[in-house]
Design a protein around this ligand. Structure first.
Ligand SMILES: [Zn+2]
Ligand SMILES: [Zn+2]
Length: 129
């Protein structure tokens, strides 16, 4: 898939099933997903804005820990394949290119239990209420 941007895993206790399981993290321009590989619990994040130089650390809120991950990805801005900082929190998910500082900022949109492919049109962001 040409739009693939971030694809990585983070092993932690799942908030839903409580197992120590890989949480699969996928992000493209239009959305990001965090999926438990054990129970399929999925959180969907949608873009809020781009190009904002937000700090990598955010205040932990709610029932999830903030995960701070480093992963390789190809930057959509500078094109360099290199380290991106990935921060996943309760209400947000950010990716930041370490080369140029280009940041994607996603906000939490919805949560459900069950597998869903990221390229499914039906899971794109619904219109604001
Ligand atoms: Zn789980
Ligand atoms: Zn970059």
């Amino acid at each position: 898939m040409s739009d693939q941007f971030i694809f990585t895993r983070y092993r932690t206790d799942c908030y839903n099933c409580g197992e120590d399981a890989d949480q699969v993290i996928k992000a493209v321009s239009s959305q990001a997903q965090v999926i438990c590989s054990n129970c399929g619990a999925t959180r969907i994040f949608i873009p809020r804005f781009e190009n904002m130089d937000v700090p990598g650390a955010c205040t932990p809120l709610g029932r999830y820990d903030v995960w701070s991950i480093k992963t390789d990805a190809q930057c959509k801005n500078c094109g360099v394949l290199g380290t991106h900082e990935l921060v996943v929190g309760t209400n947000h998910l950010t990716t930041r290119c370490q080369n140029c500082g280009y940041t994607h900022f996603y906000r939490f949109n919805l949560e459900y239990i069950g597998q869903c492919p990221i390229d499914d049109e039906d899971v794109s962001a619904p219109p604001a209420p």
